[in-house]
Design a protein around this ligand. Structure first.
Ligand SMILES: Cc1cc2nc3c(=O)[nH]c(=O)nc-3n(C[C@H](O)[C@H](O)[C@H](O)COP(=O)(O)O)c2cc1C
Length: 303
């Protein structure tokens, strides 16, 4: 048997791109406890179950083994500070973050992307960690993009857009999807188009925020879905998730051949056709190229 170097193994495990969570519970005196964890996995839909692995050396280990439940808080992209606070030996980790008790009793942090409040189904010994398997008693989710983590560093997919240099030939468009439909606007020539906007000196993120606001919807910018050239313009299309609201212009169109029949731009049409096939699978690729040719490379789902 080959000997395994734990440090090399840790680095190899770290290549797996994950989200970041804060796992919370309370002790027998009802004081909140929590720690940062990326070992979260969804386990079962019916019954609804999740798991997370806790180090046997955790200061909270004994309390967690006795706990009747725990919550998993999926951190939002803006919550790097929260992740760091709950990973360091800070005296009172809850002092710097707003929170409330969840319906099943574990602390739910403010502004998280999603949370799962669980009863303890089972704990399973697993080497130097213990697997906590929770039965989901209640949960909530938002459109806010989640924080990512890989190779020991945080991954912030939508704020990474700020690094793109604005230039007069840059256009952002918003792929706003809801329940299998996508928001399209009249293009003024009898056709349909995605909401799009030229990027001026304000930068990509600000232009995208303005564009989303102009639709009247509350949507969160997500990942870059497609980058392509159209004439002299460089076009970047962002996936945006919308939770609520009715569009003040345009309308949601089903992602079918008839829904797409009036799309005027062939590049946008082929992008949306691809989106329609990938969307139900949650299995996205990213298109690199121009309006005539290019290739689809798989996206590392930086959720
Ligand atoms: C991104 C990230 C992910 C982590 N994932 C886990 C994990 O899944 N399980 C775990 O036990 N510790 C994990 N840790 C380490 C704990 O957060 C850290 O050791 C913390 O201080 C434990 O606190 P406690 O001893 O108060 O429980 C992670 C840390 C970071 C920064």
């Amino acid at each position: 048997m080959t000997t395994i170097d734990p440090r090399a193994l840790r680095s190899a495990f770290g290549t797996f791109l994950t989200g970041v969570t804060v796992v919370t519970a309370h002790d027998e005196n009802n004081a909140p406890l929590g720690f940062t964890a990326n070992s979260f996995t969804s386990v079962s839909l019916n019954p609804p179950m999740v798991l997370v692995c806790v180090a046997n050396t955790s200061r909270n280990f004994e309390t967690l083994m006795k706990a009747t439940g725990f919550a998993v808080n999926i951190l939002a992209e803006s919550q790097i500070d929260v992740s760091n606070t709950f990973a360091r030996p800070v005296e009172d980790r809850f002092a710097t973050v707003g929170w409330n008790k969840g319906p099943y009793g574990a602390p739910i942090l403010n502004d998280v992307t999603a949370w799962f409040d669980c009863s303890m189904h089972k704990t399973v010994d697993a080497g130097d960690h213990t697997i906590l398997i929770g039965q989901v008693e209640d949960f909530a989710t938002t459109a806010t993009p989640g924080l990512g983590y890989a190779r020991g560093a945080y991954v912030t997919p939508s704020t990474a857009a700020e690094a793109i240099e604005p230039n007069p030939n840059l256009i952002v468009s918003a792929l706003i999807e809801r329940n299998g439909e996508v928001l399209l606007l009249d293009d003024g020539d009898g056709g349909l188009a995605l909401p799009e906007q030229q990027v001026k000196s304000e930068g990509v993120s600000a232009a995208l925020a303005q564009l989303i606001a102009s639709t009247g919807l509350k949507a969160e910018p997500g990942f870059v879905y497609s980058v392509f050239e159209r004439g002299k313009h460089q076009h970047i299309s962002f996936m945006c998730q919308t939770a609520e609201g009715e569009p003040s212009k345009g309308r949601f169109v089903p992602m079918t051949a008839s829904g797409f029949a009036r799309i005027s731009d062939p590049a946008i049409l082929s992008m949306l056709e691809r989106f329609a096939t990938e969307s139900p699978l949650g299995n996205f690729g990213m298109y690199y190229g121009n309006q005539h040719s290019g290739e689809v490379r798989p996206v590392i789902k930086e959720k």
